[in-house]
Write a protein that binds this ligand. Structure first.
Ligand code: ADP
Ligand code: MG
Length: 570
């Protein structure tokens, strides 16, 4: 085991990096020429604002074009505290500024629950412009009297204030690091990749978005407060909408969801205008440079952060499924009474009746197979049961109790599902994803064992390096570890090579006994269905063609006639 892979070394690594950053900060604060110390503070201020953008945009995938408005909130609170002489001094004011900005962030995040993409961009940019105009009118507290903000006593000269700023940046970096590794962070990755996927694991889409906005805005507020300490008096010109826009572009361009890249972006933010100034070029050209690189990133050609990381990780290979290992057989349990019952389910899309009056039942400890040609309504069935089609008619009961409400609510009640399309966010590791989806405390052993059982890559593997087939099995494992009453699987083996299908089936067969979960399996590979399912339901044009014990259904003449050509079944 390499030292960097040792668990203790890994746990301490963030603190080691933090200590190194503080040491570098100290050396710079002593060694740099006075003018560069000042620029250094500006870079640190920008880095904190970019870290915030990295959370809301880079990780949670929402456009926010008003980061400097949050900075202005922080600056405003610090100025007001200074004027009022609020006890506690600068550090307290800074925290209050961050808190106030977080509240503003939640308020701005509320529309983000409904708006996406360009609409959210327009709303946040409009807000930034409005705040910009308002600030010019009302000015910051103390501005007219020229009341300069008092820095912390121990860090009052420029050199030591730079060190103070570095300490704040390190604290913010650690905060972001640990938040991103925790539940909130996982939910941000998930909500960025798929809102449906987030709801399906029983996580709140709203909470994910609002926490991302709050954390991001808090960081913005702290950067604004820090700026006020640097310059003494805050000016509206530091917080314009156009600068917020440029900062956003810079965040996208540098890949600011990575902490080091946020710092790198901040260096660019300060260095590019400075260099242009020295070369006698108007500084506004800096925005043009950022703009071009931003367009590059936004058109999907990747950002600098990812480019650097790809160079670094070039040696890495993509991990796939390894189901060839033999597994011990576990005696299947006899299926019991229905745990999930669906009655009279009907769904139509316009004139298309996707499901008409469908009844199904998943027996306790059993595996119900649902088969049928493409377009028969299988995925619609899963969507309706799991609450993604609120207008579906009919009843669903779980353990005899009606199952109603949002997908999140149904997931929490014990009904989980997987998707036919990929909903596994590439930004997480296998382990982080599985722990998040399970929504309960897992021992490292438990997660690793379940992953190994299904031939998935080990927990440490980044999902971006896991192939499509294996990603779907990681999704299955996560939901199984949640120990729901019933798990609905929508063609889970679709990405696997054919030899792996049967091996996957053998493991699936053991799921009720091993995990205590009953399963509804949608599958088109009849070999797999035969080896796994106790009971079968055949759908055709949204109607149940046959239903019952596997052997009876597969021998049913109506099934033979209607379903995928007789020869295949004989
Ligand atoms: P299966 O999963 O069995 O292949 P689906 O459930 O995906 O079938 O689709 C059943 C039918 O409903 C198809 O005719 C499909 O075109 C239609 N359908 C599914 N989803 C939608 C939708 N969101 N809007 C309109 N039609 C849909
Ligand atoms: Mg389907």
């Amino acid at each position: 085991m390499r030292l960097a892979e040792h668990p203790v070394a890994r746990a301490g690594l963030p603190f080691l990096v933090a200590a190194a950053a503080i040491a570098v900060g100290y050396a710079l604060s002593v060694g740099l020429a006075g003018y560069f110390v000042y620029l250094g503070v500006s870079a640190v201020v920008a880095a904190i604002a970019l870290l915030g953008l990295g959370v809301v945009t880079g990780t949670a995938g929402m456009i926010s074009l008003c980061q400097l408005t949050f900075a202005a909130v922080g600056a405003f609170v610090v100025s007001a505290c200074n004027v009022a002489g609020v006890p506690g001094g600068f550090v307290t004011w800074l925290l209050l500024g961050g808190l106030a900005a977080a509240i503003a962030g939640v308020l701005v995040g509320l529309p983000a629950l409904r708006l996406r993409g360009i609409t959210l961009a327009v709303v946040t940019l409009g807000l930034a412009a409005a705040a910009d105009l308002t600030l010019v009118q009302i000015q910051f507290p103390g501005a007219t009297e020229g009341l300069s903000v008092e820095r912390p006593e121990a860090f009052s000269d420029d050199r030591s204030y730079f060190l103070f700023a570095v300490l704040v940046l390190v604290a913010c970096g650690l905060l972001v690091h640990f938040l991103r590794r925790g539940r909130w962070g996982s939910s941000w990755h998930l909500v960025a990749f798929s809102e449906r996927g987030t709801a399906a694991v029983g996580a709140g889409v709203r909470t994910s978005k609002l926490t991302a906005f709050a954390v991001s805005a808090a960081l913005g507020g702290i950067s604004g407060g820090l700026l006020t300490g640097q310059v003494g008096l805050a000016f509206p010109a530091s917080f314009t909408a156009i600068q917020s826009l440029a900062l956003y572009v810079l965040a996208i361009m540098s890949g600011a969801h990575l902490i080091d890249m946020a710092v790198f972006g901040a260096l660019l933010w300060v260095a590019v205008p400075e260099l242009l100034k020295r070369w006698g070029v108007p500084q506004d050209w800096g925005f043009v440079v950022f703009g071009v690189l931003g367009v590059q990133a936004l058109t999907g050609r990747g950002n600098l952060g990812t480019a650097v990381r790809n160079l670094w990780y070039r040696r890495g290979t993509t991990a796939g499924v390894g189901l060839t290992a033999e597994v011990a057989d576990v005696e299947p349990l006899p299926p019991g009474d229905p745990v999930l019952e669906v009655r009279g389910l009907s769904v139509s899309f316009g004139h298309v009746a996707a499901l008409s009056d469908v009844d199904i039942a998943v027996p306790e400890r059993g595996i119900l197979g649902v088969i049928g040609p493409n377009g028969a309504g299988k995925s619609t069935l899963v969507d309706a049961i799991s609450g993604f089609l609120p207008r579906a008619a009919g009843t669903v009961t779980l353990d005899g109790r009606p199952l109603t409400g949002s997908p999140t609510r149904r997931a929490r009640a014990g009904l989980r599902r997987t998707f036919q399309q990929d909903r596994v966010p590439p930004g997480l590791t296998v382990g982080a994803y599985v722990r998040f989806v399970a929504r309960r405390r897992l021992t490292a052993r438990e997660a690793a064992d379940a992953l190994e059982f299904f031939g998935c890559p080990p927990p440490r593997t980044p999902l971006s390096r896991v192939d499509a087939g294996a990603r779907r099995l990681v999704e299955v494992v996560g939901h199984l570890l949640a120990k729901p009453r019933v798990l609905l699987l929508d063609e889970p083996a679709a990405g696997l090579p054919h030899e792996e299908h049967v091996a996957f089936g053998r493991r699936l067969r053991q799921v009720p006994a091993r995990f205590g979960v009953s399963v509804l399996l949608i599958e088109h590979d009849l070999d797999l269905v035969r080896s796994v399912c106790d009971t079968l339901t055949v759908l055709d044009f949204g109607q149940v063609l046959a239903s019952g014990p596997q052997a009876d259904v597969l021998a049913d003449p109506a099934v033979l006639k209607a379903y995928m050509g007789e020869t295949e079944l004989l």
